[in-house]
Design a protein around this ligand. Structure first.
Ligand code: AHR
Length: 858
């Protein structure tokens, strides 16, 4: 991947004296000493005399360990650095005192490091203080480690990937050679003598990082100082229709993940929590004792009890059910929903349950909606008469608006009864679908006019450990036959909102479905499987895994006579869902394990379904090892699109608007699958972050020939259950609360174009900081012929624009939409006005604003 031009410019500036001119500074040394040491990662210090040492960046790490769960276990212990084959630097380190694994990574320049490997060994108690040596004559590396019992072991490798079987060796084989230097708190490390230009390269790498770090930290809080004395700015914008280019017609979409109670308790309209009695303590890693099969249920009545059983369940995938022991008629069970059940006066609610009698001939049930304050809001009766599992249903109409009702099922007889799949849905789901979605939330998402919907994640797609990888087949078919699972975000997935419902939702809002399937590896931060590291589906199971992906294409697109197409038709959708895209992998760590499995899946899909566009993955950041290695795989395999993710500060988005300008157009296209601007602390999303996103989206439009798709992430979050902040839309049981960032997405979604018309901008100020905060883009909507101009002003002063349309034909009327406010506003909404096109030629853009002009076609 080519570096961005501006970054290159900065680098050249910073290194001007040395690299750019290739001139030596007078009295510059030929070589110096480098001390490699550990402080939460690999750090360096340099010295000319081995007496006086200078750290390169006081707290700057050149390599960090990627092993283990989110942050907490990612430790680099006793790193050991050598120079091996052909000058390759190899670093080896210990991971913890439990695992029979060590870590290695390599680099040619000590700046850019290879993907990390975590080879397993089979001897010793653990792997402590591993060291590595290279024998040039044998072209062989030897790894020696000591274990907790004080025994020494050795293994050999030629390629740092495949290792010989481990042998126990004498203590004398362990020749560490580490030393300490005269530098405070650094402990032991390795000293190497290097050409001075290598040390300079390290210093410059740190300086560049530092420079970028300062840019990233830029916020509007410093605007008064940054723009002191700045008066209103004049901007002359000239459009260049002769330079128009085609851009993606899929540019903005949405990213849906079941995180923050986005599905169960959120978009999925089911009102009963734990309807299937399948909640399990492992959903919360056994940290919450109340989180079990009875969660959200209570029993009321004389000696009445509820037990959980699993003998002869309704379906093997749904093994638990409740057994009610009712000694005296009139006892009841209650479900408190997800933070209560919200009801609307006059609305109908569809109740159903599955039940079987255990020792009585009949059980009369009175089903009620009740509120602590308002008593019974609705009730109706049904009879259970079978001692086999049967489903019964009825409808209830609420007599009042209530935010925190409960469902109560009153037993009209004594005896034992088993119940499962207790469900309550509003009749008024989105588009009236059965097993459907919450209408207000779904509508809010639909109003963005997303071109596509990505689902089911995010990390949820690749799961916490191999067993937790999301399996689409578990999410279709009758609800009782779906296989619930632990949600890696610390709760429970019923799978009620499954692949069928996702496809249906896409169709209902006119969006293209973009399912993301794990690349045969779980989340790199997994707690289970692979000793805290990624691991991968065993090769012997990859054939079936790939077949499952092929079956998904048949489920979505196959004829009704095909095995999987038939299932879709049985679910109520004989017509195909028109699946065109599949993402393989989600910001995975790009290891050998990943590469092998991704390549297998990619090649198989290319062969069996060349009509499907596969989206690859380039790790969780906009730079670094996974980004580079992910791109390398994509380039080698000619993967059509690659998924990039980055969550950054507003300063980053402002200063990186040319990120894609230099992307090679002949390589893979980009899907910016997850991004968001956020501020540290409480006010993570506001006008400032939203305008930074609007500004950056202009740069995506400008690069719409290489950036095919983009989706802000995450999409929705339930108040009180938010694991990830910020999000685009917050909600509770009764309200939907779009953020300002939501309106930015909506303005893009509703004003998309397929042709980009470049422009030049002359500003009355020459300040770089001013130029970066004012941007414009024009697109043409091919369907309507409308021309759309988007203008972002992230300055503290207004900008007077004069627009030169360069003889483009415009209609008389224009819709002007303005989103403006103070940087820390959290509540602004767009203001829409119909104005004459003439009035747009001279326009004042308010300070901190996003303006969209839609010129109706003539
Ligand atoms: O969007 C939230 C999470 O961020 C996603 O699950 C994951 O892909 C990323 O790390």
């Amino acid at each position: 991947m080519e570096r961005k031009f501006w970054l290159l410019a900065v680098l050249i500036l910073l290194t001007a004296n040395v690299f750019a001119t290739n001139k030596k500074i007078a009295n510059e040394p030929d070589s110096a000493y480098l001390f490699a040491y550990n402080a939460n990662g690999l750090r360096f210090a340099w010295s000319l005399d081995q007496q006086n040492w200078t750290p390169i960046g006081n707290d700057y790490t050149f390599l960090k360990s990627d092993y283990g769960r989110w942050g907490s276990e990612k430790k680099m212990i006793t790193p050991f650095l050598i120079q091996g084959k052909n000058g390759l630097w190899v670093c080896i380190w210990s991971l913890n005192d439990r695992t029979l694994q060590f870590a290695t990574s390599s680099s040619m320049d000590l700046i850019s490091w290879s993907p990390q490997n975590y080879p397993y060994v089979n001897k010793g108690k653990n792997v402590l203080r591993p060291i590595i040596a290279y024998n040039r004559n044998l072209d062989e590396y030897t790894v020696t480690y000591v274990d907790g019992n004080g025994k020494y072991f050795q293994t050999k490798t030629n390629d740092l990937i495949r290792y010989s079987s481990v042998k126990e060796v004498a203590a004398s084989a362990y020749r560490n050679g580490s030393t300490s230097v005269n530098l405070s708190d650094t402990g032991n490390g390795q000293v190497h003598r290097l050409p001075w230009k290598v040390i300079l390269g390290l210093k410059k790498a740190h300086e560049l990082k530092d420079y970028k770090y300062k840019q990233d930290r830029e916020t509007t809080k410093d605007d008064a100082q940054r723009f002191a004395g700045l008066k209103n700015v004049e901007a002359k914008i000239t459009f260049q229709p002769d330079k128009a280019k085609a851009i993606s017609n899929m540019l903005t979409g949405v990213f849906f993940e079941d995180l923050n109670y986005a599905a169960d308790g959120g978009l999925y309209a089911e009102l009963i929590q734990n309807r299937d009695f399948e909640y399990h303590p492992r959903d919360k890693e056994y940290n919450d004792k109340s989180w079990n099969s009875s969660y959200a249920w209570t029993v009321k009545g004389d000696r009445a009890t509820m037990k959980i059983d699993s003998v002869s369940p309704i379906h093997p995938n749904n093994p638990h059910y409740a057994v009610l022991d009712i000694p005296v008629a009139g006892a009841s069970i209650l479900n408190s929903g997800f933070d209560g059940i919200a009801l609307k006066k006059g609305e109908t609610y569809d109740f159903s349950l599955s039940a079987k009698l255990l020792d009585t001939k009949r059980m009369n049930l009175e089903v009620r909606l009740v509120s602590d304050k308002q008593g019974i809001l609705a009730k109706s009766n049904l009879n259970i008469t079978s001692n086999n599992w049967r489903t019964a249903a009825l409808a209830l109409v609420s007599s009042a608006d209530v935010a925190d009702a409960k469902l109560e099922i009153v037993m009209g007889n004594s005896g034992h009864i088993a119940i499962d799949m207790v469900s309550l849905f509003p009749k008024n789901t989105f588009k009236g679908r059965k097993n459907g979605l919450r209408a207000d939330l779904a509508q809010t998402i639909g109003d963005i006019h997303p071109r596509f919907v990505r689902f089911p994640g995010g990390c949820l797609a690749h799961g916490d450990g191999i067993a937790n990888i999301y399996k689409w087949k578990n999410s279709i078919g009758p609800l009782a036959a779906r296989k619930p699972d632990r949600n890696l975000w610390g709760y429970h997935q019923t799978m009620g909102l499954g692949y069928y419902e996702y496809f249906q939702f896409c169709e209902d809002i006119g969006a293209v479905p973009v399912p993301v399937i794990a690349a045969g590896v779980p989340c790199q931060n997994s707690a289970t499987g692979g000793g805290g590291q990624q691991g991968g589906i065993p090769m012997s199971e990859m054939g079936q895994y790939i077949q499952d992906i092929v079956d998904l294409i048949e489920y979505a697109n196959g004829g009704v006579k095909t095995e999987w197409g038939k299932k879709r038709a049985e679910a109520g959708h004989p017509k195909p869902f028109n699946l065109k895209y599949i993402g393989i992998g989600n910001e995975d760590q790009i290891t050998e394990v990943f590469a092998e499995r991704f390549t297998m899946i990619y090649k198989a899909l290319k062969k069996t379904h060349p009509e499907i566009t596969v989206i690859g993955t380039a790790g969780p950041f906009f730079e670094g090892t996974d980004y580079e290695a992910g791109w390398q795989i994509a380039s080698n395999l000619n993967v059509p699109i690659i998924d990039e993710h980055y969550y950054q500060s507003p300063g980053w988005f402002i200063n990186n608007q040319n990120f894609y300008d230099s992307y090679d157009r002949s390589k893979s296209k980009v899907y910016l699958g997850e991004y968001a601007a956020s501020l540290p602390g409480g006010n993570r999303t506001n006008m400032e972050t939203s305008l930074a996103e609007a500004l950056y989206l202009l740069s995506l439009e400008r690069n719409g020939d290489v950036v095919s798709m983009a989706s802000y992430a995450p999409l929705i979050a339930k108040e009180g259950h938010t694991q990830w902040d910020p999000d685009l839309i917050y909600f509770n049981n009764t309200e939907v609360k779009p953020t300002i960032g939501y309106f930015v997405q909506q303005l893009y979604g509703q004003n998309a174009g397929q042709e980009y018309i470049p422009s030049t901008m002359e500003l009355s100020s020459n300040q770089e900081n001013v130029k970066k905060r004012m941007a414009c883009s024009m697109v043409k909507d091919a369907k309507t012929g409308d021309l759309i101009v988007k203008l972002v002003n992230l300055l503290p002063v207004s900008v007077n624009t004069s627009l030169d349309f360069n003889q483009q034909q415009l209609g008389k009327n224009t819709i002007k939409t303005v989103l403006a406010g103070k940087p820390d506003d959290k509540k602004a909404v767009p203001v829409i006005a119909n104005i004459s096109t003439e009035a747009t030629r001279q326009l004042e853009l308010p300070a901190y604003s996003f303006t969209v002009l839609r010129f109706k076609a003539r």
